[in-house]
Design a protein around this ligand. Sequence first.
Ligand code: NAP
Length: 241
Amino acid sequence: MVLRQAFIIGGSRGIGRATAVKLARLGFNIVFSCRSISREAEETRNAVVAAGAKCEIVTFDLADRDATVKAVEAVIEKSLPDAVIYNAGIARDNLLAFMTHDEWDDVIRVNLDGFYNAVQPFIVPMLSRKSGRIIIVTSASGQAGQAGQVNYSASKAGLIGAMKALAREIGKRNILVNAVAPGVIETDMTSELPKDKIMPMIPLNRFGSPEEVASVIGFLAAEEDMYIHGQVIAVNGGLVI
Ligand code: NAP
């Protein structure tokens, strides 16, 4: 098997961790990012190494453009990844009527500006190499809208638009760009959601696991026979049909 490299932006926990382990099992060496080297990040690195891959952690805050570009350029200089997964994201839920400036700004800065900050530096090197996969983790909230999440839904819908436009820009150079849109997945992000209120909306009658999202990301990143491009693949148990 040819060893490849994947860069997972937001790989320390939840869906990012499951993706790191999945890609390690599929033969990728892993570089992942997070804000700081936490116990969670160490656990992810251990899990990746246990899966038989090399693992490096880089730290930066996606909302800090200069720091993000500097860190990403250092990753590229060492070795241009075959697959880039933009997974990091935050939620600061509130009804729009009561939403503070910070709740709006924080979500847009991390989820949407962070995409520009962290992914844009890869485009020219990937265009020169004429290969690559870019996978963006958006959300069912970006597809359907979710009350209480106007900021988050806007950022995730923005990522869908960005993914589609980018797919049109760079597909000719054999760079495949797609998005995965999870529904409600068991991670830190959803740990305080009222399960009893949400469950009736999910036809599969359960939350998803990070591994169930990671398997789709792994397919989009690793499968050789691939004609999927510019698409949003929903992983949501039927939440949005
Ligand atoms: P999570 O467990 O909260 O993990 C978030 C990841 O993003 C962590 O690696 C975190 O790093 C990183 N991150 C957050 N803010 C950052 C910042 N300012 N700069 C750099 N890195 C930052 O999230 P998750 O539930 O796995 O979600 C992963 C993605 O799936 C997100 O984009 C989320 O919006 C999306 N999603 C999740 C669900 C769900 O139900 N869980 C549903 C739909 C979509 P640190 O460890 O350093 O904080």
